[in-house]
Design a protein around this ligand. Structure first.
Ligand code: SAM
Length: 217
């Protein structure tokens, strides 16, 4: 069985009893970064063996993990944060397991875009999750122009390195529409800013933007 296990997006306490039980009980835990996940595992006294499964070894390691699953081993898949498969290499292993008739189940938990969407107070009965915007300026602007045609709430992830450029482009494309920016969710400096892209941009320009971001349009 392949267990997809959601882990915290910041606060180590945001994990379910079942997730810890599964992590303790499986034969192997596949993690994006074994050193990063070790902090969580140590916190909960999980001594299960870990192996890395990340962007650059996802195909070779995927085959290796698939063979173990076929032999009858139980494997848990976790990512650096949140729900595996949401914008991380988890998707590749999940897809491979399904194609090979391996039983797959999921232990639910946090995902940054759900927290951000709900906290933003924007309509959430219908929304579009746009993943990451392109790091290239022209491509990002084109993406935003396309997103403008969507008639529902739009959510996307952004890094601290590109949040100012993204807000600049949102200001250009979306004008003074009221948006929301979530930062460092569940962490000590959690923040949810609501306002126009112009106002939020000005604020973040005053202090170097740090941490992880979710933008809601
Ligand atoms: N699998 C993760 C999930 O379920 O949310 C997402 C992985 S994606 C590679 C990482 C991005 O998620 C970050 O760049 C950031 O935009 C967003 N993110 C993750 N944790 C966050 C947090 N605590 N606060 C705000 N955004 C976060």
């Amino acid at each position: 069985m392949l267990y997809i296990v959601s882990t915290p997006i910041g606060n180590l306490k945001d994990i379910t009893f079942r997730a810890v039980e599964v992590l303790k009980g499986v034969d192997l835990i596949a993690c994006e970064d074994t050193r990063h996940t070790k902090i969580l595992l140590d916190h909960y006294g999980v001594q299960t063996r870990t192996t890395s499964f990340f962007q650059h070894n996802r195909f070779t390691k995927g085959e290796y993990l698939l063979n173990l699953l076929k032999e009858g081993k139980n494997i848990a898949l976790v990512s650096d944060a949140g729900t595996p498969g949401i914008l991380d290499p988890g998707y590749n292993l999940i897809n491979l397991a399904i194609k090979n008739n391996i039983e797959v189940t999921m232990i639910p938990g946090p995902s940054a875009f759900i927290n951000a969407l709900v906290l933003s107070g924007k309509p959430s009965h219908e929304f579009f999750f746009a993943g990451f915007l392109s790091p290239r300026a022209q491509a990002r602007r084109n993406q935003l122009e396309k997103l403008k045609e969507i008639n529902s709430t739009i959510v996307f992830y952004e890094s601290c390195h590109r949040i100012l450029a993204a807000l600049e482009d949102i200001k250009t494309v979306f004008g003074d529409k009221e948006i929301a920016v979530a930062r460092e969710l569940t962490k000590k400096f959690e923040e949810l800013k609501r306002g126009s892209a112009k106002d939020i941009l000005e604020d973040f320009k005053q202090r170097k933007p740090r941490g992880e971001f979710v933008v809601i349009l």
